[in-house]
Write a new protein. Sequence first.
Length: 463
Amino acid sequence: MSVTDDLQPSSKSGGPPAVGERSQQAYRRARAVFPDGTTRISIERDPLPRYVSRGDGAYLWDLDDRRFLDLNNNYTTLIHGHAYAPVAETLTRQLADGSCFANPTESEIALAGLLCERIPHIDRVRFMNSGTEAVMFAIKAARAYSGRPAIAKIEGAFHGSYDWAEVGQASTPDNWGSAQQPASTAFYRGMPQSVLDDVVILPLNAIDIARKLLRQHAGRLAALLLDPMPSRAGLIALDPDYIAAISEICNACGILIISDEVLNLRQSYRGAAHRYGLKADLFSLGKIIGGGLPIGAVGGREEVMTVFDGSRGRPALPQGGTFSANPLSMAAGYAAMAALDDAAFAHLESLGDHIRDGLSAAIERHDAPFSVTGAASLLRLHPRRSAPRNFREAFLTPAGKAAMTALSRFYGHHGVLLPRETCASLSTPMTVTDARHVVAVFDAFLAEQRELFPTLERDGAAP
C-alpha cells in the first residue's frame, strides 16, 4: 500500500475526534486527583491529553487502540523507540537482583566509562536522576570551582526546572526587552529578584552583543550555559563564529562553558559539542543515556570535577541522591548507549535528512509559509517563510500557534504524533517508509489547508 493511501480524511478538519473516548474517560478521573488533570505542564492537549496504553518500536497505541508513529519519544528520550528488547532484557535481569542499593554497583562504572571514552573533554562523571538535576549540579559545580555566583545563558533556551536555568526561558514580546540587552524575565510568579539579578541573557548568534555582555559581567560569571542547538528557542544551531567568539571571551575571563546536552547528545556518536566544535568544561547529560529510565549526569574536565571529590572530607560541592546511579537506570542506560554505534547514528542522520529535505520540497511545491530547522535525528517546523535565526524570530504569534495546532491535529488524524511547539525526534526502529509517511502527511496538509497561508502572512508569523 502506498504511504499516501490513508491520507483521505473524513472531513476538511481531518477526521475523527483528536482524543478518543477512553482517553476522555481517563482525563475525567485524573481531574479528581491532579490540579489540572496531569502531572507535567509539558503534556500536550487537543483539547484533552491523549492517554497511552503501550508502545513498541517506533509506534505507540492510545487507550482506544489507535496506533501512532511517535515523533515525540518522550521529549527525545527514547532514541531506540519503545520496549527496546536489549533494555527490557537487561532490566528483567537486574530487577531479579534488586532495584536499588545504598552501595555502589559495577553498572555505574560501566556507564560512566562509556561516557568518558565516547565524549571528548569528559574525564569524570557524577550521576543524578534527571536533566534538571544535571543542569543544576553543573551550575553549582561552576560556582564552586570559580567562586562566582552568576551565569549567562541563551534567550529562550530550555534547561529544565532549576531557578537560574529558567530565567529568560519563557520571555514574550511584552517583556523580553531590547535585542541589544535582553531582559532577565521570570519563569514563574514569585521568582526571587535575586535570581533574576544573577542571570545574564544573551541573544542567539549575535556575536557583538554577546561579547559586550560577557565582558560587562565577566567578574561575576561562573559559567555560560549553552545548548548547542536549543530546541525550545527554535532548534537553531550555534554558529561556528559565535562559538569561537564566546569561547575566546570565556577562556580569557575564567568563565566555564557548560554544554547542556540533555537533549542534543543524540546528534552524534560523540555528542553535539563535538559536532559543532564547542570545547566545554562541563556537560549536562540525560534522556538517551538512561535507556528510557530517569537519569541525569554531569561530566567534565578532571580539574573542574574535583569539586565533587569527597574522598578526603567534605567536598566543595556535596552531591547525593537516594536514587542517583541506581542500578536499573545504569544497566538500561548502558544497554541503550552500547547499541548506539556509528551505524545507528548514520541511520538516524539519513532518516532526518530524508524528512527535512522532503518537508522543504513540499513547502516549495505549495509555496507555503513554512520552514524547517534541525539536524541529525531532530527537526522542527515553523509557520514562517524563512527559517528563524533566533528565539524572537521563532516565537509563535497567535496565527502561528493556530497553524501548528492544526498541523499537529492533522498528523494525529493520520497516525503520527508531532509535537506542536518543540522539536520532533526520530528513533532507530523508524524506517524509510515511516519517513516518507511523515513527508506525505505534511504535503497533504499543505494541499488542504491553504486558507491558513494568508492569515499567517498577515499576522507576521511568516516573514
